[in-house]
Design a protein around this ligand. Structure first.
Ligand code: CTP
Ligand code: CA
Length: 220
């Protein structure tokens, strides 16, 4: 390890991470979801554990392996994710990487059949905003980090999100290319201190550098 004889920098710190998509059922066989492989969130969880943090990873439905040293809680829907986040508190930092479905349907108990009238419309209701809720909670972690996948005006949208969500950093990534599901990522860290532009890197390298950045923030 890079820290040699010294104790790992995040020893004694609890970091909460959400990752992956959520699935919102329409009926027992169909769902609404966001596109997310979970790779970046899982890599961040692993990198934080490697720096000695106690990591709780609240994971939506993905088939990725749990990184070593990480406590994983599996959920399916946004509301389950919100409950699991609440149950995992207190935490020193939270990194909300999940691509939470913004809306859910009123699911039916039986499969909807095309020949029985089918689906004329699908009324949707908005899901709770887990990040915004955490940022204004009485148990707010000292460092609350949101992610934002944007296809245009990446930094401008991230600045607006930072203010709207009440978090400390927004890690914005440009998903106009083939980032979704891919191995690389290009991010910008937007905070009250300004904007940091990172070069295009492997998702594992982004995760390690971000974990170190979080360690610096929590321990200075
Ligand atoms: N997020 C969340 N709960 C939600 C929606 C989003 O916790 N119901 C979190 C995500 O995990 C991410 C951040 O909020 O860290 C930004 O998500 P994003 O989808 O970019 O923001 P939205 O406010 O949903 O805006 P948009 O209309 O761009 O989807
Ligand atoms: Ca959203």
């Amino acid at each position: 390890a890079r820290f040699g004889q010294n104790p790992p920098p995040l020893r004694g710190k609890h970091v909460l991470i959400t990752a992956g998509p959520t699935h919102e059922p329409i009926d027992p066989v169909r769902y609404i979801a966001n596109r997310s492989s979970g790779k970046q969130g899982f890599a961040i969880a692993g990198a934080l554990a490697a720096l000695g943090a106690e990591v709780t990873l609240v994971a939506g439905p993905v088939t990725l392996a749990t990184p070593p040293g990480v406590r994983r809680v599996n959920v399916e829907t946004a509301r389950e994710m919100a409950d699991a986040v609440e149950a995992a508190l207190p935490a020193d930092a939270a990194v909300m990487v999940a691509a939470v479905a913004d809306w859910r349907a009123e699911a039916t108990g039986q499969k909807i059949k095309k020949d029985k009238g089918g689906l004329e419309a699908l009324p949707l209701v908005e899901n709770p905003d887990i990040l915004a809720g955490l940022a204004k909670s009485s148990k707010r972690p000292a460092l609350v980090i949101g992610f934002a996948a944007e296809t245009e005006k990446v930094v401008e949208h991230a600045k607006a999100k930072l203010a709207r969500k009440g978090c400390d950093w927004i890690v914005a990534n440009d998903v106009s290319g083939d980032v979704m599901g891919g191995a690389r990522n290009r991010i910008h860290i937007v905070s009250a201190a300004g904007v940091e532009d990172w070069p295009d890197m492997e998702k594992d390298a982004v995760a390690r550098r971000l974990a170190q950045r979080i360690a610096d923030e929590l321990t200075d």
